[in-house]
Design a protein around this ligand. Sequence first.
Ligand code: IPM
Ligand code: MG
Length: 343
Amino acid sequence: MKARIILLPGDGIGPEVTRAAHSVLERVAILGGCSIDASGVPLTREVLDSCAQADAVLLGAVGGPRWDDPQAAVRPEQGLLALRKGLSLYANLRPVKPHPLLLDATPLKPAHLKGVDMMVLRELTGGLYFGNPRGRDKVDGRLRAFDTMEYYEYEIRRVVELAFRLARGRRKKVTSVDKANVLETSRLWRQTATDVATGFPDVTLEHMLVDTASMRLISSPAGFDVLVTENMFGDILTDEASVLAGSMGLLPSASIGEGGPGVYEPIHGSAPDIAGKGCANPVGAILSAALLLRHSLHLADEAEAVERAVDRAITDGFRTADIRGTHGTEEVTEGIVKRITLR
Ligand code: IPM
Ligand code: MG
């Protein structure tokens, strides 16, 4: 099979973890701080165009102290957001399923983690991240900043529908997370989710307020199957959910839209503190490559083979420091690559 895949390693540990996933896939372009340095913008038209023509994009991470000035007009993260918007990637899938041998790597009691297997589905091209107007002005001589939280009904519907379709292949439960006791967008979200649910009588829908959800993620995480929520809530809750797995470095994500190429990236950031040291956990990037195989190339068996290899490598003790191991990025990668067997 021939496929065109663009790798966007980005900044910090992004390149290291992407190099790891690159032992499974190939090809390179730039995004983020490195693109700002090279061309003045975090995502060039050319890179966006070539991504749009690719079958899939495997991304590392963007951002770092060099480009962190809050006053800066151009920031690496804008490149990531422009890529998501430019490719209409409205759904971000973040699966969380702790490895049984890593339960002691989390700060939670292992008993709470038994049976945790959830798919967090985050809306990715709407809400506060993209709403207008946004900006700063002076009102009565006082400096003010504002962002807009907005959602169209169709934006909510398409991501919630995907949540229900995913739930059908799992434990048939959707938890829709909102702040309907305060926000108008959340009331539209809840109303739309309730309406979508009528088309999926075999799936149970539960509504949960985001503050409750943040508590339940820690106190009773096994109760979640598919959790679907808006962009900003999803950003926050997925960092929290990553704690359940033992390390952010373990978690992959898939950003998908309608038909076009998907973007696959680990959920961790560029981790400038450890960049270049060869100790970054490559698992999040490698599992992102597995999601790429499954969702963009429809190679389910191959995706599973990669996921099984990761499981086995961790079982066999191939671990980076973030999960209390002593191996470097390359050793763990090799351990995984050696364990890939197609059934
Ligand atoms: C994520 C990240 C990004 C986000 C940042 C880097 C803009 O935190 O993918 O979760 O907020 O979406
Ligand atoms: Mg985030």
